[in-house]
Design a protein around this ligand. Structure first.
Ligand code: HEC
Ligand code: HEC
Length: 341
């Protein structure tokens, strides 16, 4: 275990979290960017979560001799000893191809004795050390967005209990992103090679039981029309940003609004569905999705709000994702039908 110098060995951790990120030996900062340590695999997702325009880097590591089991629908089944990290940084100007990135936090979840644990590490302003921050923090940030507009965000570094709000499924902490459909894409690896992630993970011994990628499910890329229809992309966006809570096993199960792309019942994903609770969160709109009419639909109302009691997601967003809002609005506008009285 331990880093400090140029050589370290990735560590699976134990019952309690290390005090500093470098003790995990999973990632380090090299030339202003997050880089995986030797033996640690970076990964990306077809449609990621929006977090106030944060730039994100994700990694996976497992001890040698164990691997994850493929699953067609759920998160891959990871073995004890797995460590997943996700780092959040902010670019000074999103129009730049080589922006200056300030790294704010690196989140770690790890599986030990059959259970996942979660904690985040806060990078210092010198960008040298990241230290455990179980209590969370609100970080005021400002940057230029992709359209050249200045943005001010109150970015939330979540506390450890807040991790559970999104990561709990039936009240048990779980990873969210590494599902076959979200991983089934090409990734550019540090050695310069481009390969499908399911193929790469299998070749590296990280994954067993995966079919050829052409036979595996694939989530649309929300902002790439070549990967799916308007509906497929809007539903991919709603899955990645909302379904961890909006599922029968998530925090928002009582709403009956289920936003996974696997949900086939239109009523369950919001079409003509009345919100369960009346009040400001409904904005006076009758249903979650009114076909052809975004202004009668609750979902865009909650996407365009930054009011804490109204905004969705409930946590983890302080500014509006204008492109995501546009996508969902366009999809609702494209739907035909009527909800009756
Ligand atoms: C607002 C909901 C939300 C909160 C709060 C949240 N996460 Fe996540 N997290 C997600 C989603 C959604 C993903 C998968 C999508 C992605 O990576 O973009 C994810 C991904 C991750 C990953 C990569 C592995 C995986 O599960 O996909 C890690 C590690 C992680 N989160 C750690 C944490 C930790 C630690 C905390 C608390 C300090 C936390 N998260 C709080 C929603 C959340
Ligand atoms: C951290 C958990 C969490 C996340 C993530 C989340 N929600 Fe929610 N959502 C809730 C809870 C809890 C409620 C019930 C209380 C309320 O209405 O505010 C709710 C209610 C709603 C409602 C009212 C639905 C009804 O039929 O009663 C809508 C619409 C909604 N959310 C949309 C979204 C959308 C769209 C996203 C993703 C962009 C999202 N939510 C992400 C927790 C979450």
């Amino acid at each position: 275990m331990g880093c400090g110098g140029s050589n370290c060995t990735p560590d699976a951790g134990g019952a309690t979290a290390f005090a500093t990120l470098d003790q995990w030996c999973q990632v380090k900062l090299v030339n202003g960017d997050i880089a995986p340590e030797s033996g640690v695999t970076p990964y990306s997702l077809n449609t990621p979560l929006f977090s106030d325009y944060a730039i994100k880097r994700r990694t996976v590591w497992m001890p040698s001799g164990v691997s994850a089991a493929y699953d067609d629908t759920n998160v891959l089944s990871f073995p004890d000893g797995t460590v997943l990290t996700k780092s959040f940084g902010f670019a000074d100007d999103l129009r730049k191809t080589q922006p200056t990135i300030t790294w704010v936090e690196t989140r770690v979840i790890w599986k030990t004795a059959g259970a996942w644990q979660a904690i985040t590490y806060r990078w210092d302003s010198a960008q040298k050390t990241a230290t455990a921050n179980p209590g969370g923090e609100v970080v005021p940030l400002s940057f230029i967005d992709a359209n050249g507009n200045p943005v001010s965000a109150n970015y939330l570094v979540p506390s450890s209990p807040q991790c559970a709000q999104c990561h709990n499924s039936s009240e048990v902490l779980q990873p969210i992103g590494p599902k076959a459909r979200n991983l089934n894409r090409d990734n550019v690896y540090p050695d310069g090679n481009t390969q499908n992630q399911l193929t790469y993970w299998t070749a590296k011994g990280l994954l067993t039981g995966a079919p050829d990628p052409s036979a595996a499910p694939k989530l649309a890329v929300w902002n790439d029309p070549s990967t799916g229809t308007l509906e497929q992309r809007a539903r991919a966006y709603l899955e990645s940003n909302c379904a961890h809570c909006h599922s029968p096993t998530g925090e928002a199960y009582t709403t009956g609004l289920f936003l996974s792309t696997l949900e086939t019942d239109p009523f369950s994903y919001g079409i003509c569905k009345h919100p369960v609770a009346a009040g400001p969160g409904g904005g006076g709109r009758p249903v979650d999705i009114y076909p052809g009419n975004p202004t009668l639909s609750v979902i865009p109302f909650r996407l365009e709000s930054t009011e804490p009691s109204i905004a969705m997601p409930q946590i983890g967003r302080s500014v509006v994702d204008t492109a995501g809002l546009q996508l969902v609005t366009d999809w609702i506008s494209s739907l035909t039908g009527t909800c009756g009285s």
